[in-house]
Write a protein that binds this ligand. Sequence first.
Ligand SMILES: NC(=O)c1ccc[n+]([C@@H]2O[C@H](COP(=O)([O-])OP(=O)(O)OC[C@H]3O[C@@H](n4cnc5c(N)ncnc54)[C@H](OP(=O)(O)O)[C@@H]3O)[C@@H](O)[C@H]2O)c1
Length: 240
Amino acid sequence: MARTILVTGGGTGIGRALAEHFAAVGDHVVLTGRRPGPLKEAADALPGATGLVCDHADPAALLRLAAELPERLDILVNNAGGQTDFDADGATDLASYARDFRANLDANLLSAALTTRAVDDRLAAGGAVIHIGSIAADQGSGSYGAAKAGLASWNIDLARTLGPRGITANVVSPGYITDTEFFRDQLADERRERLIADTATGCPGSPDDIIGAVAFLASPGARHITGQVLNVNGGAHPTR
Ligand SMILES: NC(=O)c1ccc[n+]([C@@H]2O[C@H](COP(=O)([O-])OP(=O)(O)OC[C@H]3O[C@@H](n4cnc5c(N)ncnc54)[C@H](OP(=O)(O)O)[C@@H]3O)[C@@H](O)[C@H]2O)c1
């Protein structure tokens, strides 16, 4: 039976690759984003997909989104987010520091929590919530890493809340992934080479490398896996 899948931030990068995968296996995909242009382009390319404009850090926008969503959601992928410091104006006074810190918390932590809350009553038994975290949660990257670490911590409680309803909640935590808008063309060659050298494989990840982990956590085979972080980073952050 076709599932209904909400992929936030599905217009570009990892979210777009995930939306393409789920549409290709016959699921009904709803994808979201703030910019209508990339969203429409992505949605139009997918059979049966729906693109809906939404800022996932804005409660009012989420209420409008919830009113447009199908009554049943099988899978929620909280992918929207990114390193908002790339958009900061460089001001270093305390008020600017607070603004920039909050921007990352809003984009990467609050967005997932608000979205999950907004669609909670539509999440179907047997379904799954999957957040896209980051290796930054374990390696540190200022307020961005703090937000992604907070996401993984908050997910533990979410897993306990949703568990009795037969719904799992997990984090897929990528390392460096190419071919997305994440770095806004601001990634210096030296840093890119270091990120690749940090891996055990000697390769950067691509959006397609995230598909397998998310598809698995969304599948019946992962029913007993919840409250976890699944790292997809080519060994850049090994674990025991
Ligand atoms: N690329 C990497 O190396 C990497 C590594 C680890 C983790 N990640 C994580 O992977 C996820 C996807 O990022 P990506 O690499 O695919 O970069 P991306 O191409 O910039 O994708 C992020 C998407 O999220 C959307 N978005 C951002 N904030 C949003 C908001 N408040 N409301 C709605 N949509 C929003 C963006 O569209 P609009 O701007 O149109 O809203 C964009 O389509 C992010 O959570 C990121 O933190 C990426």
